[in-house]
Design a protein around this ligand. Structure first.
Ligand code: ADP
Ligand code: MG
Length: 330
């Protein structure tokens, strides 16, 4: 249900341009949990469905094997119950014959947690092959993926004027925050929304959860909520819990370190002062994995080792600090 979906006009236009050009075969929409990937993909599918003979949206949340997905999709595309060839070849044939839009949501469900981001879980490597073929072979269709991080082999294929495109989704603006709160019956000023957006990185799920908290715990008083900015928001934290659980011990250590060394937390300092025993390559891998999962800022800043600071979103800093306290108490 995307009846309460606001803005994202620019993202929708970008995606539509890529798809309408007919030359884009694979698109990835990436970003933190709750940032709006699923909603955006549904909204997009609604807007452009008339350009396609088939639109098929599947969630990978329950980590279905590829053969399950194929044996589910192929009968639809071939309009026959009796197709028993459920191979990638058979799908490619359909994607050549017909113009189909496939959307695979929650790709992270079939990727490994841990240090190296983007690796497939055991038993799911054939998805990699599927993606490679959809990206590299000529056909008339398009596959859209959503997930927290780019899968292996995606980044090297994607780029301007290439058939593979990547859209990184960021938080919503204060006016959209205002609309989300209004839909929950809360009247917030733009200034208040600016604060709330800063605190939650504009994450719409967090904004919705915050709205609930404001209503139930603060009697709808947004100002009181803002004054107690470091209150525990259990639901948002559940969300972060899930993200944090997937991290390797090294990644968690790095998150802790950045959270308590907010000022001047550069990759170089992290290396020399805190983790001298970890090889530079491992450290870089861990930082890139964290950036991929949107837990630290854009990976571009990682290359500029000397000057740029590693940043966490404010809500994530609070969360990580609380985790630290809990660990210390145990
Ligand atoms: N542009 C938007 N306007 C209003 N609500 C949004 C918007 N984008 C996302 N949401 C809401 O935020 C929540 C998280 O969005 P979702 O698409 O599920 O995120 P993701 O798939 O990235 O985890 C959902 O409840 C969704 O309805
Ligand atoms: Mg989703």
């Amino acid at each position: 249900d995307v009846s309460e979906f606001y803005n994202r006009q620019q993202e929708l236009e970008t995606l539509e341009t890529w798809i309408s050009g007919n030359s884009t075969r694979l698109i990835g929409i990436f970003g933190l949990g709750g940032i709006g990937k699923t909603s955006l993909s549904v909204k997009l599918a609604q807007q452009i469905q008339s350009q396609f003979e088939f639109v098929i949206w599947r969630s990978l949340q329950q980590a279905p094997r590829l053969d399950v997905i194929l044996s589910n999709i192929l009968p639809i595309l071939t309009n026959s119950e009796h197709t028993n060839n459920h191979s990638i070849d058979a799908l490619m044939e359909q994607l050549r014959q017909k113009r189909c839009l496939l959307i695979f949501d929650n790709l992270e469900s079939i990727l490994q947690g841990g240090n190296r981001s983007g690796q497939y879980q055991q038993g799911y490597e054939d998805y990699r092959q599927l993606l490679a073929r959809i990206a590299d072979e000529p056909h008339r269709s398009c596959l859209i993926l959503t997930g927290r991080e780019q899968p292996g082999g995606f980044a090297v294929r994607s780029g301007e004027n290439l058939p593979v495109r990547s859209l990184k989704l960021f938080g919503v603006s204060p006016p959209v925050c205002q609309q989300i709160l209004a839909a929950k019956g809360l009247k917030a000023t733009l200034l208040q929304c600016q604060d709330i957006v800063n605190y939650f990185g504009g994450n719409p799920l967090a904004l919705k959860l915050a709205a609930t908290t404001i209503k139930t715990l603060f009697g709808g008083d947004i100002q009181a909520f803002l004054v107690q900015g470091n209150t525990v928001f259990s639901d948002l934290w559940d969300l972060l819990d899930r993200q944090f659980d997937r991290l390797s011990p090294l990644q968690q250590k790095i998150m802790y370190w950045i959270a308590i060394n907010q000022e001047g937390a550069t990759p170089a300092k992290l290396k020399t002062e805190i983790l001298p025993k970890v090889s530079g390559r491992h450290l870089m891998e861990a930082l890139e994995a964290l950036a991929e999962r949107s837990l630290i800022e854009d990976r571009r800043s990682l290359n500029d080792t000397a000057s740029t600071s590693l940043m966490l979103q404010p809500a994530i800093v609070e969360y990580v600090r609380e985790c630290l306290l809990q660990t210390a108490e145990q």
